[in-house]
Design a protein around this ligand. Structure first.
Ligand code: AMP
Ligand code: MG
Length: 337
């Protein structure tokens, strides 16, 4: 199949929407990362998404809507708290897991009776949903297991020949996938995957926000995942990622003792001055790190890095999302110094 690169012109967005109505898959920019979009109610189209990504069939897809009020068409019941959160965080990088109805096929929900619903704020994604008139299932547009794509070029690298089109919308603003939450009562939510809507932000609108155990810990054998994506090795470049947590001086000393000439380091903006080995930087604060992380992991592969020491980010605020992606890329090993 030839993959067409589309622009953000209205004519091209109409083409993208037509493709989706015809059951094709399109790479689409969103404010989090690029998604692989298809009609969420079309089982064949959804199966093709899983095939293009090499994604395990039990890893559910998020369904994207143009407006949160459309949620009633795809769910059995919606708690008041979901509407309250939607008022403040939709459109935006928040996914709410809700009981699905029969218009969402089981292939889309990975066999679950629930569906993750998100209303993206990116004008291109928003327009394509409107023009297609369909709910759009869209996982991240990477090959399963590899870092998520934050540019059309990344999508082309992974999906050229596998999808009908990719719309170029420049770099993704946030750079990490949406915050996924389960609503456990009218006053309590559980974060299943951290993103740019943080625990602190959610706490303004409900009494209790639980950080699911699987966000920072590897699941035990036999333990079921509240969020199925959490059980797979994820976000990994080809290079071996080693997370090292500590001050710059201790980090540098650790690298110096572990074959520094055979590795790269991924350090913070501002660390460069006194760092004597090969490095790349990935931002100076959590928002910058979220924005840059996946692109840097891909770049490290492009330059042939085999071993990468990463200076572990903060776990505060948006930092938790960055830490969560990195700890998976590192296979859950963190060296604390
Ligand atoms: P991705 O599409 O690559 O952003 O991954 C979506 C992730 O959201 C999945 O891997 C799940 O962990 C989570 N998710 C989506 N739908 C559900 C659901 N119905 N229940 C729990 N987690 C979900
Ligand atoms: Mg993904």
């Amino acid at each position: 199949m030839e993959t067409v690169l589309l622009s953000d012109s209205e004519a091209d967005l109409i083409k993208a929407a037509e493709l989706i109505k015809n059951g094709e898959i399109v790479g689409i920019p969103t404010e989090t990362v690029y998604g692989l979009g298809a009609d969420a109610s079309n089982e064949n189209a959804v199966r093709n998404i899983f095939a293009a990504k090499g994604r395990p069939a039990d890893n559910p897809l998020i369904v994207h809507l143009a407006d949160f009020s459309d949620v009633v068409n795809y769910t059995r019941s919606v708690p008041e708290l979901a509407y309250k959160l939607a008022e403040h965080f939709c459109p935006g990088p928040l996914t709410m897991v809700l009981p699905k109805n029969d218009s969402i096929p089981m292939v889309t929900s990975g066999g679950l009776e629930t569906v993750g619903i998100r209303v993206p704020s990116h004008p291109i994604m928003h327009r394509i949903i409107q023009l297609s008139g369909r709910p759009i299932a869209a996982p991240s547009a990477n090959t399963s297991g590899y870092p998520s794509p934050t540019s059309a070029n990344h999508v082309m690298r992974d999906m050229n020949g596998k999808v009908a089109a990719v719309v170029d919308g420049g770099e993704s603003e946030f750079g990490v996938e949406s915050t996924v939450i389960a609503i456990e009562s009218e006053s309590r939510v559980r974060i299943l995957r951290p993103g740019c809507v943080t625990r602190e932000m959610l706490l303004e609108y409900c009494d209790e926000v639980i950080i699911d155990h699987a966000i920072l810990n590897e699941l035990e054998a036999g333990e079921t995942a509240a969020s199925p994506g959490m059980k797979y090795k994820h976000y990994s470049p080809k290079a071996d990622i080693i997370m090292v947590e500590g001050e710059l001086e201790a980090f540098t000393e650790y690298v110096s003792k572990h074959e520094p000439d055979k590795s790269f380091s991924l350090i913070f903006d501002g660390d460069e001055g006194s760092f004597p080995y090969r490095y790349m930087t990935y931002g100076g604060n959590s928002l910058q790190q979220a924005h840059q992380l996946f692109a840097k992991l891909r770049e490290l592969d492009d330059i042939g890095a085999e071993k990468v020491y990463v200076r572990a980010p903060s776990k505060e605020g948006v930092g938790l999302a960055v830490y969560n992606r990195l700890i998976r890329a590192a296979g859950f090993e963190v060296i604390r110094i």
